[in-house]
Ligand binder design. Structure first.
Ligand code: PMP
Length: 309
């Protein structure tokens, strides 16, 4: 992921504050127990100088769902937060950027059950152009492992919420992969089925059919996952949402990960086993192309997905 390049403004609790002033007390509740929710959103610049945020409304809707799961009442409307995302881009003169809204509990009291800690909201953004694992990886694919860490059961982990504390598992899995010299980790669910990667949904292609785990398992309802399914349908590619096992990953013709940060990233190796021909396959390439066309193509084919900056 690109290094964070400081900009001038961050939106915090309804107003723009200087980057260096967007700080928080060390006794903030979320810092200790992880009850908070966040989003990761991207904007893309187009060749003609314009820029737009991809599926902004869907990201803000998911933030409200995450907070509903987390029993956090956001003291702003959806429109307020959509406007805040546009404002941080405009005020910082950003075009190709990553936007990070975060809802968290500030300092009030430290008991687990306290309701005295205020719900706070920030929206930060910084420049981000390029691929999450390096530009080469979009062309060549990444090397992944099945993690020794698992996703929690659906009644233990609230996977439909993009909740701060739940990311400990992803961070540990990502660190493990990094230590072993690999790019990414794929986590299984408690029954041993493939769930998702550390911050990406997983797709495999077998005999021309696109397969991804169902939303009823321990996976986030990825907005890129939804985008890929729609693009596949428009391209006439059959998609199935069904459980599959680790060895089905190894024997797939193609594997790719998708997410706001990862976009559509091909996987060329899992657990030391070459996937397909060891390079991105034709279905992955078609979907990658359709994806980049949708997010930053010169003639937007899906204008409803784009919010102009
Ligand atoms: N799964 C997890 C655990 C994630 O953190 C993300 C990134 N938000 C995704 C999947 C992909 O979701 P999206 O396409 O909405 O970015």
């Amino acid at each position: 992921m690109a290094a964070v390049k400081k900009v001038e403004w961050i939106w915090a609790d309804g107003k723009l504050v200087k980057w260096d002033d967007a700080t928080e007390h060390v006794l903030a509740h979320t810092l200790h127990y992880g009850l908070g929710a966040f989003e990761g959103i991207r904007s893309y610049a187009r060749g003609d100088g314009s820029a737009s945020i991809f599926r902004l409304g869907d990201h803000i809707d998911r933030l409200f769902e995450s907070c509903h799961i987390a029993t956090l009442d956001i003291p702003f409307t959806r429109a307020d937060l959509r406007n805040a995302c546009v404002a941080v881009l405009r005020e910082n003169k950003l075009r190709g950027a990553y936007i990070r809204p975060l809802v968290y509990l500030g300092f009030g009291a430290l008991g687990l059950g306290t309701t005295e800690s205020p719900v706070k909201v920030v929206v930060a953004a910084y420049e981000w152009i390029g691929a999450y694992a390096g530009d080469e990886t979009l062309r060549r694919g990444i090397r992944a492992m099945v993690s020794s860490f698992r996703r929690g059961a659906v009644d233990a982990m609230m996977a439909k919420g993009k909740l701060c504390g739940q990311y400990v598992g992803s961070v540990l899995a990502k660190r493990e992969a990094g230590r072993l010299g690999l790019d990414e980790a794929i986590l299984l669910d408690p029954q041993g089925h493939v769930a998702e990667a550390t911050g990406q949904n997983v797709f495999v292609v077998k005999r021309g059919v696109l397969v991804t785990p169902p939303l009823s398992t321990s996976v986030l309802a990825g907005i890129t996952r939804d985008t890929v399914i729609r693009l596949a349908s428009d391209l006439g590619i059959e998609t199935r949402s069904t459980l599959f096992a680790r060895d089905e990953l190894w024997c797939a013709d193609e594997v790719f990960l998708c997410g706001t940060a990862a976009e559509v990233t091909p996987v060329r190796e899992v657990d030391g086993r070459r996937i397909g021909g060891g390079e991105p396959g034709p279905v992955t390439r078609r979907l990658q192309e359709a994806f980049f066309d949708a997010v930053r193509g010169p003639k937007p084919r899906y204008p409803d997905w784009l919010t102009p900056v």
